[in-house]
Ligand binder design. Structure first.
Ligand code: SAH
Length: 517
């Protein structure tokens, strides 16, 4: 999309955008707008890759250490990349963890752009301190406990000569938040005690704040270093020091979410996993997308196009998936027609997601069965279709319940393949690795074909965790049967046959209370 504020300039623009501390919901609206119009995104190691779904651009990670994510890019190289891309006319987003101007060298990048005459904009973000504090239930400026808050770098070694004045910090009338201080925690605590801060001052170390892997350890200046070591906390971590830490139990909420900290494999095609992944995050879980099948358009559109020109012949159109809705109605719009082409037809949707997909086209389903499965759809549709023409917008493969049952009910059924549903040959290594390491708690199976593909695609190492560390939840009895037949043990089954039902089954099986959606 061209940048509406700067149409047709030959030099592109750079947006330095704060990505927030980890939770993908903690991005500003402006940040999302910039991502949507970017041609290139350079993001740093603290950024949650889930944010990249706001962008269609080429995205590249910049790292401070060589590793699987990529090669180290030095700061001057990053600056040069930004300048070069902008000069070639690209709209560039430089996405940085937290707020770009808080301990993030964002101001140096801005200065380099300014020197090079590149237009830029800086979009603030939620910095780790406020994110970590709120997600652990701490008010950094609680009026009974702090009149001020200081963001302090823990990067400087307090035992050597340092620009930090520990006497001033020890007498500071408020909360101290140390960034980059985990590995110097002992020295920082001892320096503050040495400068007169009471040993009993409460401290909370929060690691991976605002993500499903958030962990927090609470202690005092005296014992926090050994507590943090014992808990084996990981970077990035933040240290919050002050009396406000005492009140955290009253305001804690995030770590109490029903699937907090659970890693959940979501076996869905890539392009459909977004909403489900976000719901998993909302429940406190870490989603891991497992694209076991891929969705593709039909090999050719001839048959679909022929039917589109005479849709008014159908009394009912039946949709059994979101893809079916998008396949048929997307093609209808592309062909230059609009929804008046189906004005005479009544519409049936198998469940709430399919009905919601219809609503995106301003259509209301006339029939959604009380139970979201083909048998129930056939049963409830049956009385309406005797002697009628029915069109089923379907996948290239699937169950044959509808044709049999609707024919028995006296309908003339036209089955129209509007999308293909194909098995992938292998799962990406990034999806498989956490399974092989036994880091995954749940996999949600949302159809029999997904269950069968998963049985084929999981490696023996990954399978060795099934049933103990990694549990499987099935969306319906039909899926359970297919999974068992393929040798997969099922630990929980959804009562309502939707992804929400799957999550609730996982929650109940983990011994938690189900939650209202
Ligand atoms: N610009 C960033 C900070 C960059 S410095 C911001 O505004 O948040 C990197 C330090 O930030 C880390 O060493 C750690 O102390 C802190 N940090 C960043 N993300 C964090 C997270 N999710 N949890 C805890 N600390 C975090």
């Amino acid at each position: 999309m061209p940048d509406p504020q700067h149409p047709r300039s030959t030099v592109g623009r750079v947006y330095l955008v704060g990505a927030g501390p980890g939770d993908p919901g903690l991005l500003t609206l402006r940040g999302a707008e910039c991502l949507a119009r970017a041609d290139l995104v350079l993001y740093d190691g603290l950024v949650n890759p889930l944010l990249l779904r706001h962008s269609h651009a080429l995205a590249e990670q910049t790292c401070r250490v060589d590793g699987p994510a990529g090669r180290v890019l030095r700061q001057d190289e990053i600056n040069r990349r930004l300048i070069e891309a902008a000069r070639s006319g690209k709209t560039v987003v430089r996405l940085k963890g937290g707020d770009p101007f808080i301990f993030g060298r964002g101001s140096e990048e801005a200065a380099a752009l300014s020197d090079a005459g590149i237009p830029f904009e800086v979009v603030p973000g939620i910095t780790a301190a406020t994110g970590a504090a709120v997600y652990t239930g701490i008010s950094l400026t609680h009026r009974d406990h702090a009149s001020a808050v200081a963001f302090v770098t823990g990067h400087e070694d307090p035992t050597k000569s340092t620009s930090l004045d520990y006497v001033a910090l020890a007498t500071f009338p408020g909360t101290l938040v140390f960034y980059m201080g985990l590995h110097r925690l002992g020295a920082i605590a001892q320096s503050l005690i040495g400068a007169g801060k009471p040993t009993s001052t409460p401290v909370c170390v929060v690691s991976r704040a605002t993500t499903p892997r958030q962990r927090s350890v609470t202690g005092t200046l005296q014992d926090i270093a050994s507590l943090a070591t014992a808990a084996e906390l990981h970077a990035p971590s933040l240290v919050i020091i002050g009396d406000c830490v005492r009140l955290r139990e009253q305001a804690r909420w995030f770590e109490d979410r029903p699937l907090f900290g659970q890693v959940i494999g979501i076996a869905r095609p890539e392009e459909q996993a977004d909403d489900t992944a976000l719901r998993a995050v909302e429940l406190g879980a870490q989603p891991l997308v497992l694209p076991t099948i891929e969705i593709a358009p039909p090999d050719n559109w001839e048959e679909v196009d022929a039917i589109l020109s005479r849709l008014n012949e159908y009394d009912w159109i039946v949709f059994t998936s979101v893809n079916g809705v998008n396949g048929l109605l997307g093609r209808l719009l592309e062909s230059g027609r609009d929804m008046r082409a189906i004005a005479k037809s009544r519409l049936a949707a198998i469940g709430p997601s399919t009905a919601a997909a219809l609503r995106k086209y301003s259509l209301r389903a006339d029939l959604v069965p009380t139970e979201f499965r083909a048998e129930a759809l056939a049963r409830e549709l049956g009385p309406h279709v005797a002697g009628k023409n029915v069109l089923w917008a379907r996948a290239s493969r699937g169950r044959d319940v509808l044709p049999v049952e609707l024919a028995a009910a006296g309908a003339t059924l036209k089955q129209l393949v509007v999308y293909q549903n194909r098995d992938v040959d292998r799962l990406p290594a990034s999806s498989l690795l956490p399974f092989e390491r036994g880091e995954v708690n749940w996999i949600g199976l949302s159809s029999p074909s997904i269950a069968r593909s998963l049985a084929r695609l999981l490696t023996d190492d990954a399978k060795s965790w099934l049933g103990n560390k990694t549990k499987l939840a099935s969306i319906s009895p039909v899926t359970t049967a297919a999974a068992r037949e393929a040798g997969l043990p099922i630990a929980a089954e959804a009562v309502e046959f939707t992804w929400e039902g799957l999550f609730q089954a996982m929650i109940i099986s983990s011994g938690e209370k189900p939650e209202e959606s």
